[in-house]
Design a protein around this ligand. Structure first.
Ligand code: 5AD
Ligand code: SF4
Length: 447
């Protein structure tokens, strides 16, 4: 590669999950520390970080097409950007990316991105660099302090996964489960609150597996962490995602009943309603044990909005087994959900299982599942009409005087009136759509 000038502008493009969004923000902060600024809207950046996702096929394909598009656009203006590929595709296919895409000068895994500045120094000299080490927690200590000018923020508390669901690449790309230390998390939350953040979403691949010791040296779980963060006066809302049914415990259920800052929303993936499929997926819970758990959570917090993840067309899934998934959906009545066609991931046990399902069958099942999930989402939104709730104002709407915020149940709410980003306002929900609600502003709740 040819040596080049030090980049002045950057753009970080994150794909996939919220953990990647968090990592993307932290990489942006890191580049900011180097004196590099975000590229103005509509302009090509000198440095582009593609923060990739490997969970399903399409995401990886998007990365290669993005690299192509960036190089072409760069050539047009006579300056090809420096390209760094980060995230889970970088972790899983680092060598392949380097071989396949000469335009890429840096490949950096999700546990190594704190070393981006050193790699950048090399890249400017024309040297290509790959770093896909997994040094557990070192990354967080090496990152600059958070800078955030938005009322909501993610906070990664736990990373990695030891569950080895047979379809999933995460245990290979994100490594083993680790929890960030309690004190670091409280520090980061305090700093965010100081900068105007009012709502924090605690993130982890298995966030409810978080454990640590508190200031007194006592072992605590995610419930203890939530209770501690709830003491920060400026923080008005706490959420967490994603949970695994097997790591759920009474203390966390009780938190939903007792901690009013913990929002009434739970994302608890089930993947399938068939016990045979769940076993083949190595989920180690049954449809029944999952439903019992939800019953407990609903008893603790009756208005809780439930959300889940589903995979259709797992190898060997029969029509009758798929119908068990539909039956579970009818029973739970999710407020929101994410559903996917099974995508074989190289190196995972399910990729070589017998009974791979034809694409047309998967398409048809996904359509039926999504029709049911959409019906329940709309019904949940319609049932909210008439309620008055607090809405955290996140941004301006499309029309003048219009605002957009989130209800406690994570619904998007549009309304008009006098307020500012970051305000907590009382809104009456007056009309429901499938993806959002219209509201009427009542009053601003003192922050
Ligand atoms: N194919 C389809 N969906 C998958 N997920 C994870 N791995 C795969 C795969 N190989 C889904 C699961 C998980 C969500 C983050 O992505 O539903 O909960
Ligand atoms: Fe993947 Fe299963 Fe771990 Fe979730 S729990 S990240 S689906 S292996």
């Amino acid at each position: 590669m040819k040596p080049t000038n030090s980049p002045k502008t950057y753009r970080v493009k994150s794909f996939g999950c919220q953990m990647n969004v968090y990592d993307g923000e932290r990489m942006a902060e890191l580049l900011g520390e180097q004196g590099i600024v975000p590229a103005p809207e509509g302009e090509e950046a000198d440095l582009v970080v593609l923060n990739t996702c490997h969970i399903r096929e399409k995401a990886a394909e998007k990365v290669y097409s993005d690299i192509g598009r960036l190089t072409k656009a760069g050539r047009k203006v006579g300056k090809e950007p420096l390209i760094a590929v980060a995230g889970c595709v970088a972790q899983a296919e680092g060598e392949e990316i380097m071989a396949r895409s000469p335009a890429v000068s840096m490949v950096v895994g999700p546990q190594a991105y704190h070393r981006l500045p050193e790699m950048l120094e090399k890249a400017v000299k024309g040297e290509r660099a790959t770093d896909t080490d997994m040094p557990a927690i070192a990354k967080f200590a090496a990152l600059p302090a958070r800078k955030k000018r938005f009322p909501t923020a993610f906070l990664t508390v736990q990373e990695g996964c030891d569950k080895f669901c047979t379809y999933c690449v995460v245990p290979y790309t994100r490594g083993a489960e680790i929890s960030r230390p309690f004190a670091d998390l409280v520090d980061e939350a305090l700093r965010l609150a100081d900068q105007g953040v009012r709502e924090i979403t605690l993130l982890g691949q298995n966030v409810n597996a978080w454990s640590g010791s508190n200031a007194e040296g006592d072992e605590i779980g995610l419930d203890g962490l939530i209770r501690e963060l709830a003491k920060i006066p400026e923080l008005q809302r706490i959420r967490y995602t994603t949970s695994h049914p097997n790591d759920f415990y009474n203390g966390l259920v009780r938190c939903h009943a007792e901690v009013y800052k913990l929002m009434p929303y739970l994302h608890l993936p089930v993947q399938s309603g068939s016990d045979r499929v769940l076993k083949a997926m190595n989920r180690s819970h049954t449809a029944e044990s999952y439903l019992r758990l939800l019953e407990e959570v609903r008893a603790a917090r009756p208005d809780i909005a439930l959300s889940g993840d589903f995979i259709v067309g797992f190898p060997g899934e029969t029509e009758a087994e798929f119908e068990e998934t539909l039956a579970l959906v009818e029973e739970v009545k999710y407020a929101q959900a994410f559903s996917f066609k099974y995508s074989p991931r190289p190196g995972t046990p399910a990729a070589t299982m017998d009974g791979q399902i034809p694409r047309e069958v998967m398409d048809e099942r996904l359509q039926r599942l999504q029709a049911a999930l959409n019906r329940h989402q709309l019904a949940f939104n319609e049932a909210s009409v008439g309620k008055t709730c607090e809405v955290l104002v996140e941004r301006k709407g499309k029309l003048p005087g219009q605002w957009l915020g989130k209800s406690p149940w994570l619904q998007s709410v549009w309304f008009e009136g006098e307020c500012e980003i970051g305000d907590m306002v009382e809104v009456e929900l007056v009309e429901a759509g499938p993806n959002s609600l219209a509201g009427k502003l009542r009053e601003t709740v003192a922050a």
